[in-house]
Design a protein around this ligand. Structure first.
Ligand code: MG
Length: 372
């Protein structure tokens, strides 16, 4: 027995209009179309698929993806829905960060509870034990903290150019309330600077923080990382823009499998000549006295496990000693890549004497510049 489109619509709780659309989009073809009248007729067995389409629409899944799910047997279809939802959650997390940033940005701060805070910092970059040259750049100053990991033949000048562009913020007085724009402008400057140097194969990651006096604005693109150690607990506050991270997000790979994945270094985003993959993440990070931030290139995070990073950051008080210890740890694990670390402590202003900026790009004169 065949159902008319009206009867089928009623039974599947889809409108006839939706059913005609799904027919056109090849999501749900009627069993038979009358050649004379054009009337669509559906088989009762098609109800289950119609209901699945309706539920997936309700989930917000795009039609093209629904077509994929509907073509799969139940097990793989379930996996596909799981992957879709993981992607939605990752996307929502990025938007949540942006929303939090904007809320912070637009919330008036009261004068009374303003403790004077500042940063105590150190930066260090090392070639490691395997690579012939250091293409990383690390920098720490009173306002700007940055790590960049260059790749391609012009990787070293690209990472230097990106950090140089941000360093201009170290010398400026920050106008209140415009940190977001300021940082975006600086990143635009960094992108232009990288493009002036880079060819099609070159580029750099950039993970940097701008200190406003009470908050840290974070800009991030690529697979370098920022961590926060607060009350002895280590939080990673950046999301790797890598193929493996997106596979983890979609539930296709476990974090353990990712560490050994042959494509773990493949980036989805970086500062390159390609406009479409050069948009960084931006967020504003609230700070407390006692917070310790770590910026590092993947030369650290890919060989030194998070618990070890947490232990070192939690036990070594002096930022200079901490960056040295972290880099030693990476080199003891084989030092397969250039490794860069910036450690910055949020302290009350009276607790620390003024410091000179600390640059450590490791390339150029072939010597690592130690923080003073
Ligand atoms: Mg690297």
């Amino acid at each position: 027995m065949m159902l008319t489109i009206g009867a089928f619509a009623k039974a599947s709780r889809l409108s006839p209009k939706a059913l005609r659309l799904y027919d056109e989009l090849d999501l749900l073809r009627p069993e038979r179309v009358d050649p004379d009248t054009g009337y669509r007729h559906y088989a009762p067995e098609q109800l289950e698929r119609a209901r699945l389409v309706a539920w997936l629409r309700r989930l917000g899944m795009p039609l093209a993806r629904i077509r994929t799910v509907c073509a799969l047997p139940p097990g793989p279809a379930a996996q596909e829905i799981r992957a879709y939802w993981a992607g939605v959650e990752a996307e929502t997390a990025t938007r949540r960060d942006l929303a939090a940033f904007l809320v912070d940005h637009l919330t008036p701060t009261s004068e009374e509870d303003t403790t004077m805070l500042e940063l105590r910092y150190a930066a260090l970059s090392d070639t490691g034990l395997v690579r012939p040259a250091n293409q990383d750049t690390a920098y720490a100053g009173t306002r700007v903290l940055a790590v960049a990991d260059g790749f391609g033949p012009a990787g070293a000048p690209a990472s230097t150019a990106a950090v140089e562009a941000l360093k201009t913020l170290d010398r400026e007085t920050l106008p209140a309330g415009s940190v977001l724009n300021l940082l975006e402008d600086a990143v635009r400057g960094a992108t232009t600077a990288v493009r002036d140097i880079a060819g099609g194969e070159d580029g750099t990651t950039l993970t940097a923080m701008l200190w406003t006096g009470s908050q840290l604005a974070l800009v991030h693109i690529g697979d370098s990382r920022a961590y926060l150690l607060r009350d002895g607990v280590l939080f990673r506050i950046t999301h790797d823009h890598t193929v493996v991270q997106s596979m983890i997000d979609e539930g296709r790979l476990t974090p353990e499998e990712a560490t050994a994945h042959p494509q773990r270094a493949l980036l989805l985003k970086a500062l390159t000549t390609d406009d479409t993959i050069s948009t960084p993440d931006l967020r504003l990070q609230d700070t407390h006295p006692g917070d310790r931030y770590l910026l590092c290139s993947d030369g650290l995070s890919s060989v030194v496990p998070d618990p070890t990073i947490q232990r070192i950051l939690g036990s070594v008080q002096d930022p200079e000693t901490a960056v040295r210890r972290l880099i030693t740890e990476a080199n003891e694990a084989g030092g397969p890549d250039n490794v860069s670390c910036v450690v910055a402590d949020v302290v009350e202003a009276w607790a620390s004497p003024r410091r000179e900026p600390s640059q450590a790009d490791g390339h150029g004169d072939g010597e690592d510049t130690l923080p003073r």
